[in-house]
Structures are given as structure tokens and as C-alpha cells.
Design a binder for this molecule. Structure first.
Ligand code: SF4
Ligand code: SF4
Length: 200
């Protein structure tokens, strides 16, 4: 009877784990796979990857799998995994680090709308110190439309997307969750300094 051998590319594993640990500030090596994080993750079932699995992929140097899975894009940063983890590992910071690595390496995001959402959110925050809903929606939809055109979805896909968002927009307006005024926070110089430091 043959047995399967687990092959670990030590160099690749070391460099991937080292980079993710440095960017996320999380001690991945402390994970002993108890899966307490998995039991509480609200998106684990939907994504097919739980926090413990993601960490194991990184430690084994499975770069392709670690950077191409739905948990990276659908993690809602609820921090349930981190609060349950006996070793204080916050997977939300790991998924965030992986998103940045994907962007820097010009890889195709698995869920482009999430990448567009992040980008629009940060752009608007950098201008006003908080999200301006109108600006945010404009940037977000322009990015989505560009994606549809690149993918060959055409005008119909863009119109369908806009219709769906308009429905959502109307519902949010009824709840007074969209503001038309432009509010800039007082400490804009601090915000600019934070963005500039993060870029470096
Ligand atoms: S709870 Fe912490 S130690 Fe346990 S599997 Fe999850 S990340 Fe690893
Ligand atoms: S922070 Fe992300 S990975 Fe952790 S439990 Fe919440 S959704 Fe799951």
C-alpha cells in the first residue's frame, strides 16, 4: 500500500509566510490548528476556506491557493476568529495583507467588486477623512463598469448593475443612510499623514 508524502517547498513556504507575517503583524507559526476560529467564522461555509485552512496554506507555501480563494475577498473583518484564537491570531489582518499583495502583484482579484469597493472606500476617505457616499458610489460604479467592459459584459451588464445599485440607493435614502452634503473632518492633515505613511 502506497502512502502519500507531504511535500513542503521550504523556501517558498518561508518567504510567503514571512511576507504575510510581516505585513499582517500576525504570528502564523503560533497556529496549532485547533479550529476555534473556523467554528465562529460567518463566511467559512460560503467561501469553502476557514481561517485555519488559510493559515495552513500560507505556512505550506501554497501561494496560488492562498491568494486565490474566496475567504480573502469575503472576509468581513468581524474579528471573531481573532477573539476566539488562543494565540491571538487575527485572520482579518491576514486577508487584508493578501489583498494588498494581490494588488501589488497586479493579479486578477477573485471578486473584483470587493476590490473596487475597497479602492473606492479608501479614495473617498483620503479626500474627506470619512466616506462621502455620493463620491464613493460614483467611483465604485465607474470601476465596476470598467470591469464589465473589459470582461466583455457590454452595456447591458452595466445597465443591470446600475439598476441594482439604484434600488439599493433608494432603500438607503429612505433610511437616511445617504448624505448629499460634503463633510470634511477637522483633522485632515492627520489623515493625509496616515495615507502617506501607509503608501510608504
Ligand atoms: S484559533 Fe488560532 S490557533 Fe486555532 S486554528 Fe485558528 S488561528 Fe490557529
Ligand atoms: S474576521 Fe474574517 S476570517 Fe475572521 S471570523 Fe470574521 S469573516 Fe471569518
Amino acid at each position: 500500500m502506497s502512502s502519500q508524502t507531504l511535500t513542503i517547498e521550504t523556501e517558498a513556504a518561508g518567504s510567503l509566510a514571512g511576507e504575510v507575517a510581516a505585513r499582517s503583524g500576525q504570528n502564523l507559526n503560533a497556529c496549532y490548528q485547533c479550529r476555534r476560529c473556523a467554528a465562529g467564522c460567518p463566511v467559512g461555509d460560503d467561501t469553502g476556506v476557514t481561517p485555519d485552512r488559510l493559515i495552513r496554506m500560507i505556512l505550506l507555501g501554497e501561494k496560488e491557493e492562498a491568494m486565490n480563494n474566496l475567504l480573502v475577498w469575503k472576509c468581513v473583518a468581524c474579528y471573531t476568529c481573532g477573539t476566539r484564537c488562543p494565540n491571538n491570531i487575527h485572520t482579518a489582518r491576514i486577508t487584508e495583507a493578501l489583498k494588498h499583495m494581490i494588488k501589488e502583484q497586479h493579479l486578477e482579484p477573485m471578486v473584483p467588486k470587493v476590490a473596487n469597493f475597497h479602492s473606492a472606500f479608501l479614495t473617498s476617505t483620503s479626500h474627506f477623512g470619512r466616506v462621502n457616499e455620493m463620491e464613493f458610489m460614483g467611483i465604485y460604479e465607474m470601476k465596476n463598469a470598467k470591469n464589465e467592459l473589459t470582461k466583455g459584459g457590454g452595456v447591458k451588464a452595466i445597465v443591470d448593475e446600475l439598476k441594482a445599485q439604484m434600488g439599493l440607493g433608494k432603500a438607503m435614502m429612505k433610511l437616511k443612510r445617504i448624505h448629499f452634503s460634503i463633510d470634511r473632518i477637522k483633522g485632515m492633515s492627520e489623515i493625509k499623514r496616515l495615507f502617506s505613511t501607509a503608501k510608504k
